[in-house]
Design a protein around this ligand. Structure first.
Ligand SMILES: Cc1cc2nc3c(=O)[nH]c(=O)nc-3n(C[C@H](O)[C@H](O)[C@H](O)COP(=O)(O)O)c2cc1C
Length: 363
């Protein structure tokens, strides 16, 4: 039998298979960040469709750190009741669910802040004070506590895609002179302080994951594979439960993104965008539970990633927008996702204008 449909345990949590739905915002919560009905219905479809672990789309940890209109919140107790409905429904299908927590930093729609004053053609943000950083760390831990109260099986800290944690880790953005800037150890301190505060708040037995860039794919500087390996080592020491390997940080260059982390042709896992980088993390940090996301589409690649021990868990986002029951379809023999990567689900025309859907399938 394929490893894909075998159970996997992380601490006290047992997943029924190796599939993760990578966090994907539905961009359809109300003005207060409270879930609307279509979101809950969508998660029912995902859970019913057989996914082992669902990571809910990012929720803001404070109004100030909100990334976009329609984003859900976990900053306040007012968010808990509808989140509880969501987790109850997911659990009723024997699926597990964790909540991704985020602060958007200089991309926030409410307060553009980051590690140091940051001005580019696209962005303008001011530097956070030490007191504000401490408040953000506390916001993450409180949001985590709200998530656990709402029935989530754990949380994921967003450490990628150019949001606040990713901004602090990048030496392109972070020129601070205090303990949160300068050396590599200082630049990753925000993430490790958030991790420590969250772990303290929700306890040793609850799942904590980090979605981390393996590489910012920036032209000069930014986080590189050497750095991400080091971060993975540090997080493993701190008993992180799952590292989800992603990529793309501040000042990412698309051409570099497409090539620098690839596995070689013929490896059997050249399909994901950074399978080569994933292998390096696996070899350098044995024993860390790894998930890989971005570009995985075929059954063959999924099997190869597990059989060659590159990662433990297969994570996907867009395929589950097109086919919420993709896991079930794979089990019945479908060979690949029907998603054609048209990216209409994330285009400016559709984003936060209506509930998330596959706009190719349902124009
Ligand atoms: C509509 C949409 C919403 C997304 N929302 C999030 C999010 O909330 N948090 C996150 O970490 N990534 C988010 N992503 C990125 C995905 O989780 C994933 O990393 C990316 O789409 C690559 O995986 P894929 O090739 O399987 O789609 C989003 C992607 C899409 C298309």
């Amino acid at each position: 039998m394929s490893l894909l449909f075998e159970k996997f345990s992380i601490g006290d949590l047992t997943l029924k298979n190796r599939f993760i739905r990578s966090p994907t915002t539905s961009y359809w919560s109300d003005e207060e960040g409270i879930l609307r009905d279509p979101i809950i219905e969508y998660y029912r479809q995902l859970a019913k469709g057989g996914i082992g672990l669902i990571i809910k789309g990012h929720s803001y940890v404070s109004e100030k750190g909100k990334a976009h209109i329609g984003q859900s919140g976990l900053s306040s107790e007012k968010h808990i009741p509808r989140m509880q409905e969501l987790t109850d429904i997911v659990h009723s299908y024997d699926s597990k669910i964790i909540a991704q927590l985020n602060h958007a930093g200089y991309t926030s729609i409410n307060d553009r802040v980051t590690a140091s004053k940051y001005v580019t053609e696209k962005w303008e943000a001011r530097e956070l004070s030490l007191e504000e950083i401490e408040e953000i760390i506390e916001n993450f831990s409180i949001a985590a506590e709200n998530a656990i109260t709402a029935g989530f099986d754990g949380v994921q800290l967003h450490g990628s895609h150019g949001y606040l944690n990713s901004q602090f880790m990048s030496d392109i953005v972070n020129h601070r002179q205090d303990k949160y800037g300068g050396s590599f150890e200082n630049r990753i301190r925000l993430l490790t302080d958030i991790y420590n505060a969250t772990r303290k708040k929700i306890g040793p037995n609850v799942i904590i994951s980090v979605k981390l860039n393996c590489d910012d794919f920036a032209e000069n500087n930014g986080l590189t594979i050497k750095d991400s390996i080091q971060i993975a080592r540090i997080l493993k020491e701190k008993k992180l439960d799952i590292l989800e390997i992603s990529g793309g940080g501040p000042e990412q260059v698309l051409e570099i993104r497409k090539s620098r982390g690839k596995a070689p042709e013929g490896s059997g896992y050249e399909e994901p965008t950074w399978g080569g980088h994933a292998k390096k993390i696996r070899e350098a940090v044995p024993g860390m539970t790894l998930a890989l996301v971005d570009g995985i589409r075929t059954r063959k690649t999924m099997d190869n990633l597990l059989n060659q021990n590159i990662v433990d868990l297969i994570s996907m986002s867009k395929p589950f927008i097109n086919e919420p029951n993709f896991v079930e379809l794979l089990e019945k023999g479908q060979e690949k996702a029907s998603c054609i990567d048209c990216r209409k689900c994330i285009s400016r025309d559709n984003f936060a204008k209506t509930m998330l859907r596959c706009f190719h399938k349902h124009p």
